[in-house]
Design a protein around this ligand. Structure first.
Ligand SMILES: Nc1ncnc2c1ncn2[C@@H]1O[C@H](COP(=O)(O)OP(=O)(O)O)[C@@H](O)[C@H]1O
Ligand SMILES: [Mg+2]
Length: 235
């Protein structure tokens, strides 16, 4: 899976330039997990949301396995990309955990047996099988996050975009989430300002500041550079 951003410019309502000419490549053959780091307002969410076509492109281009992100390709592109939003409450809406995880595969019009198998394996993978019959609104933050991820995994996407996945998680849940993600061979792009989590889950990272990439490279190396972290407000 390969996602390419070419001189990408994205504006938010009110003319705010959230992403200001970014070029980069996310390629699962080169690096299976890339962190997108930056302080609040740096443009991380806007960047992530633009990949499945949720933010209009002002100029430049996004290519998903060679397909241009534009209206006529969005169905094909969204089939390959799963997104975990910052707030899991925006993502979970069925009555039970099982129903919620089944929603995506059913939407793909898969046969019922296949839906059942995928739901079972996604619940197992995220370690939430015991929650299958629970009400999604009555789960802890960490449980909701894992259920949301199970719902995305059940779609078998080629890439997963995660927006601030550790917000609302306690330290142990953060560590477990990083371990779960490390076991997934799928391409992951993870927006976060949680540097400990980024080090655990992402071998490489890029750092955004006011919509521009100011540094890119190995996470362990970049996050050792205190001058850099200070200058971009990450420490
Ligand atoms: N829905 C929106 N309407 C208007 N401006 C927005 C909206 N979402 C984000 N922005 C603005 O776009 C810029 C980038 O925000 P965002 O992508 O959310 O950054 P991050 O995820 O790094 O905190 C900020 O200046 C923010 O205020
Ligand atoms: Mg954000």
């Amino acid at each position: 899976m390969k996602i390419e951003l070419k001189k990408l410019v994205l504006d938010r309502p009110g003319g705010i330039r959230a992403v200001d000419g970014i070029s980069c490549v996310f390629d699962s053959d080169a690096c299976s997990a890339m962190a997108v780091l930056g302080v609040n307002g740096a443009g991380k969410s806007t960047l992530l949301e633009s990949i499945p076509g949720l933010v209009p492109i002002r100029s430049g281009a996004i290519l998903v396995n060679g397909l241009n992100v534009e209206p006529k390709n969005l169905t094909a592109i969204r089939r390959q990309i799963g997104m975990i939003f910052q707030n899991s409450d925006d993502q979970l809406f069925s009555q039970t955990v099982r129903e919620d995880v089944a929603f995506g595969p059913r939407n793909l019009k898969l046969p019922p047996d296949e839906v059942r198998d995928r739901v079972r394996s996604a619940l197992e993978q995220m370690n939430v099988s015991r929650l299958a019959e629970r009400d999604v609104t009555r789960l802890s933050g960490g449980e909701k996050r894992r259920v949301a991820l199970a719902g995305v995994l059940a779609m078998r996407p080629a890439a997963i975009l995660l927006d601030e996945p550790t917000s609302m998680l306690d330290p142990r849940a953060c560590r477990e989430l990083a371990e779960h993600l490390n076991e997934l061979p799928t391409l992951k792009i993870i927006a976060t300002h949680d540097l400990t989590f980024a080090k655990r889950a992402c071998p490489e990272c890029l750092i955004l500041q006011t919509g521009k990439i100011i540094a890119q490279g190995k996470t362990a190396e970049l996050l050792d550079r205190h001058d850099l972290l200070l200058s971009c407000g990450l420490e």
